[in-house]
Design a protein around this ligand. Structure first.
Ligand SMILES: [Zn+2]
Length: 344
């Protein structure tokens, strides 16, 4: 008697499992369909892939998904080795309009890091394990120079490197440091409070990644080193003219083919004091791009060049553009599907 009453209940479980599996498999099929119908510029939103109404999401929200655990690398070329210097309940991503390689003052003084807009006094955390090699003013000019453009700064030499070269992280415009030169710190340790010291017009944290030597000329784009937030990828490009010369300040638009949301950026504005990644040799990078199908759009000499790419979660999506010759379809750098995070 009990058995009979239980029987329908017991049936529910397999049915529920089947429904779950069906839902999962239909999601996969839908994703594949998007690729094949990608010529349609306004595909309908897929309710399975985006359970939240994306149009209602405020892009300025101070919440984003947690980061992937570090070190995070889906291919041998990636090196997302660092956590972010600010906790996820604050704005902890680079200011889009003030990225690495941007030229905002003299052409030979490009921006050598990224800026994270946080109120004065925000805890600044070590982005990786290592030893403090600088704490205080005078990082660039020396001798505790109060005019130093970095203001109060902390530099860490990390316990790990890349291709046998040591890595350094640098935190500038601080209001006060919480560490001394020589201290060993762990990832996430409080090292300073953010501020507005040095050459800074508003409270923010300036973060640099340096490789090989702790030197102003040895910076690399932090967007290729900071762990992406979950579900997001990094779009990286090398844009040259037909002769192979780097295109400076070239506008690039990423258009999400589901939401039609646009992400805009520019190539590095200078070839002085900015460096491309040892492998990618990029002059363009945008991190924190939600995974999905995108059109890379490049306005160049009166034409709009377009390339369809799929941004994979936690991964670098690479493209190569060569002026009037257009995009190269050579795309060897995408991770194998089995390496991608589950459920994405
Ligand atoms: Zn800065």
């Amino acid at each position: 008697m009990h058995t009979n009453k239980l029987a329908p209940l017991l049936l529910i479980l397999p049915i529920a499992l089947t429904l779950l599996l069906l839902a999962a498999s239909s999601q996969t099929v839908t994703a594949a369909e998007i690729i094949t119908t990608s010529t349609d510029p306004t595909p309908l939103p897929d309710p399975l892939e985006n359970p939240l109404p994306l149009t209602a999401v405020d892009p300025q929200s101070s919440w984003r998904a947690p980061l992937y655990p570090v070190p995070w690398a889906l291919t041998e070329h990636d090196h997302f080795f660092f956590q972010r210097p600010v906790t996820v309940d604050n704005v902890n991503w680079p200011l889009p309009s003030y990225r690495y390689g941007g030229v905002f003052f003299a052409p030979d003084v490009p921006h050598t890091g990224v800026d994270i807009v946080v109120p004065e006094g925000t805890p600044v955390l070590a982005i990786g394990d290592g030893q403090v090699i600088w704490s205080g003013t005078g990082l660039l000019f020396g001798d505790n120079d109060e005019e130093d453009p970095y203001g109060i700064a902390v530099a860490i030499k990390h316990d790990f490197g890349w291709e046998n070269k040591p890595l350094f992280s640098l935190y500038a415009h601080l209001s006060e440091t919480k560490v001394e030169k020589g201290d060993y710190v762990k990832t996430g340790d409080l090292i300073a409070l953010s501020g507005n010291t040095g050459f800074s017009t508003a409270p923010h944290l300036h973060l640099e990644i340096r490789m090989e030597t702790n030197n102003y000329y040895q910076t690399y784009n932090p967007e290729l080193w900071l762990a992406p937030s979950q579900g997001n990828g990094v779009v990286v490009g090398k844009l040259t003219d037909g002769a192979g010369e780097m295109l400076l300040k070239q506008e690039v638009i990423l258009e999400n083919q589901q939401t039609l949301e646009e992400f805009r950026g520019k190539t590095y504005g200078s070839i002085f004091t900015v460096n491309g990644d040892p492998f990618y040799q990029e002059n363009f990078a945008l991190s924190d791009i939600p995974a999905g199908l995108y059109k890379v759009r490049i306005p160049y000499f009166g034409y709009m060049y377009e390339l369809l790419v799929r941004v994979q979660p936690g991964a670098v999506t690479y493209f190569r553009y060569r002026g009037l010759m257009g995009f190269s379809d050579f795309q060897p750098y995408n991770p194998r599907p089995e390496n991608l995070p589950e459920g994405q």
